[in-house]
Design a protein around this ligand. Sequence first.
Ligand SMILES: C[S@@+](CC[C@H](N)C(=O)[O-])C[C@H]1O[C@@H](n2cnc3c(N)ncnc32)[C@H](O)[C@@H]1O
Length: 467
Amino acid sequence: MSIPWDSVSDAVERVFGLHLREGRLPDLKRALKGAAAELGHPDSSACAQLLLCRDLDATSTEVLASHLTIGETYFFRDSDAFTALSTRILPELIAARRRAGDLRLRIWSAACCTGEETYSVAILLNQLLPDIANWQVTLLGTDVNPRFLRKASEGVYGQWSFRTVAEDVRERYFRRLAGGRYALLPAIRRMATFQVMNLVDESTQTNVHHGAFDLILCRNVLMYFTHAQATKVVGNLHRALHHDGWLAVAPCEASQSLFNRFQPVHCNGAIFYRKNRLPPQSELRPPVAGSSSVRAVRSAAVANSPLCKDSPAPALQRPPASVGPTTKSPDAGLTAQALAAHARELADQRRMSEALTWCDRWIDAEKLDPDAHYLRGMILAENGDVPAACAAFERSLFIAPDGVMASLALAGLERDRGREGRAARLYRNILTMLDPLPPDAGIEHAEGVTARQLAALVRDLLKGKQA
Ligand SMILES: C[S@@+](CC[C@H](N)C(=O)[O-])C[C@H]1O[C@@H](n2cnc3c(N)ncnc32)[C@H](O)[C@@H]1O
């Protein structure tokens, strides 16, 4: 049967809000093929029929949702936004509630994926509320994909989820498990509850109480919706906010027309929307030095993601070796650059085994590219294959001994597997590499983290180790 793809795209928009046509049609076809295989149908046409006939039961909805959605997230994603949350927005909300004698905070992480965003807020609240036991905190994480939510409820994460998180934060709030995985401390895990919720579903929209939330994070999801669906969802979020509530979206989702009922507030590179229309906000206070719990150590995969960029491109110490446009791969004539981009995109979407395949193809095309081996190390580390990850980072450093982030990643893994001496040597090497750089110099793959910030982090790590 030939599939009327335009009508299927319409149905996907109606049911899930997602804009999957034109350039994104291949993603839709791939998703339906995967869903059909999982539901035991011979090909995509059966899934297309389900959508077209509005004949979706709970199982087919879950399977379709899990194939259509993109599960890209990590702790403290967008350090500017989390700095603003920890230094301004949450402290202001907390102070207002204290003044009113109403010790309640109600926060909704809408489209929370596997929970990293929700738990990042839980960690901030834990840091900001010394008397948290006296507070009634509602921290709700919702998503259309129940599989993501099951993972969120477990609270167990691989290294990839910590790609921008300083080790000390990870050590403080997580317990190390075998295989390079980390379990969130129960006290933090218990702060959040998770619930399946389709943001474009009419019944869901009417179930959210008016004015129920002080803060809503709805980040990196509106960009996948059609404009019409995004407009509807934003209207519902507006209704769901308390009169002085805040809405956080991703920087690339900021839009004057979409958020015209909100007051835009610029917070050190991040943009938030406030419900009430106050006189123009004055410039925000700068963040309190050293108060952010997030010390960004961003990965190559993030830095080059074709998805929404969280922050401006960092200064690079040297151009990535792989981007020579004339470098041809033996792989179907693809350039090494194209292979690299695809490998990074898959890694960003946490499709790790596919990412590894493409990364290996990139390496086949460009054997001496330190960035390719670095990405390979990150993927293997996420998969819990620590020895292979270490070998990949070693290879990256053999080719480019000045690879600061490869050294840092390798040091962390060596420390995790008890090779403290080797880790300490690597940390000291990093300090030697950083020493001659201007304090504000950007570091390749560190997405905006400066030489000074990184040196401070490494000194902390060394101190922690020596204590
Ligand atoms: C890229 S993730 C963003 C996760 C997190 N908010 C962040 O910024 O890191 C997008 C999430 O939106 C969810 N999503 C997609 N369509 C949705 C819908 N109609 N309703 C609710 N969630 C949806 C996906 O399942 C996925 O978990």
